[in-house]
Design a protein around this ligand. Structure first.
Ligand code: NAD
Length: 340
């Protein structure tokens, strides 16, 4: 069995990817410092797959801790690196925290791979495109100045990976630029668990629907879009998890060295914030209490992905409908609230 290190594997996207990896017969070692997650997701993974992955609580930004992980697990040849801080607003207030955590983690893992060789899959983001000049946005579109330190950590990390691959035979890498993953595993055993106030739309919707919030704020209705609210490319987190398994297979099967590639991962079409709200209301039958407020600093008007490159090279495309994705998010919210 091929062993894979999944950093940030108790988090939202990481835990869904661990499920897909186990179901594709990989052996998984999860490393997380539990800054933004709990080990409950490991139990959820076990209920879904029948297997609980090995877990080590460790901080990727500590070289000593990561070296210890690798010394104890010399058979690891592949890393899927999710571990990062991701709150855009917090990154504006505490840029050094974000640069230290997100950048040092990437450097530490690449330094270890430089010694041992292996594969590195990186969680990048469509934030690297800023507001694209042309839509849908392709992987060759210009990278724009980041609108937050968080976004900048993704851009800088991609540069660090590119330069490292060029200089080091024996490391192969893929960066996946995620658009807007939403929803939860269809079993409702794992899902998004934002600690504190969520930054993303769907947890805000489900928390409002269940009564944890009185009112949902929609930031701006004066954008140049059909209903004035921003357009994003929402797609199901399980589809995103599957993209990682395909990327891993591609790297493992690749006999060339110094391979590096970047893929957009999204549904390939965009919908507005109000369309998401209306879809949620239609599929759940729940009326959402929302109000329009001012634009939020740093939000762009519209973005959606051209995913033809991922289709061609990885054989991947998003398959789950927005209706199913939103229903799965709702089932997860309900499950969370019956547990508490
Ligand atoms: N969710 C999105 O919409 C989105 C979009 C684009 C990119 N991403 C990226 O995908 C990755 C996963 O995001 P997510 O939504 O699952 O977030 P998440 O917060 O649920 O998961 C990240 C995990 O990393 C852990 N972590 C953070 N710093 C760590 C460190 N130094 N050492 C060990 N563990 C650490 C956290 O405890 C958490 O469990 C992140 O890199 C994020 O930037 C997410």
């Amino acid at each position: 069995m091929t062993k894979v290190l999944v950093t940030g594997g108790t988090g939202y996207i990481g835990s869904h990817t661990v499920v897909e990896l186990i179901e594709s017969d990989y052996e998984v070692l999860v490393v997380d410092n539990l800054l933004n997650s709990t080990t409950d997701s490991l139990e959820g993974i076990k209920r879904i797959t029948g297997k609980e992955p090995q877990f080590i609580k460790a901080d990727c930004s500590s070289k000593a801790e990561m070296t210890k992980v690798f010394d104890a697990n010399p058979d690891i040849k592949s890393i899927i690196h999710f571990a990062a801080l991701k709150a855009v607003g917090e990154s504006v207030e505490q840029p050094l925290l974000y640069y230290k955590n997100n950048i040092l983690s990437v450097i530490n893992l690449l330094e270890i791979l430089k010694e041992r060789g292996g594969n590195f899959i990186f969680s990048s983001s469509c934030t690297v495109y800023g507001q694209p000049d042309e839509l849908p946005v392709t992987e060759t579109s210009p990278i724009k100045e980041a609108s937050s330190p968080y976004g900048n950590t993704k851009k800088i990390a991609e540069d660090i990976i590119t330069d490292t691959i060029k200089a080091n035979k024996g490391i192969n890498s893929i960066s996946l630029r995620y658009f807007n993953p939403i929803g939860a595993h269809p079993s409702a055993e794992i899902g998004e668990l934002p600690l504190g106030t969520p930054n993303n739309l769907v947890p805000l919707i489900t928390q409002t629907a269940i009564g944890l919030r009185d009112c949902l704020e929609v930031y701006g209705s004066d954008y140049n879009t059909p209903d004035g609210t921003p357009i994003r490319d929402y797609f199901h987190v399980v589809d995103l998890a599957k993209a990682h398994v395909l990327a891993l297979k591609k790297l493992i099967n690749n006999t060339n060295t110094n391979y590096y590639n970047v893929f957009n991962v999204g549904a390939g079409n965009g919908i507005t914030v109000l369309e998401v709200l209306k879809t949620f209301e239609r599929v759940t039958g729940i009326k959402l209490n929302y109000r329009i407020t001012n634009r939020r600093l740093g939000d762009i008007e519209k973005v959606w992905a051209d995913t033809s490159y991922a289709a061609k090279e990885l054989g991947w495309k998003a398959e789950t409908s927005i209706d199913e994705a939103l229903l799965s998010a709702w089932e997860w919210e309900r499950r969370l609230n019956t547990r508490n």
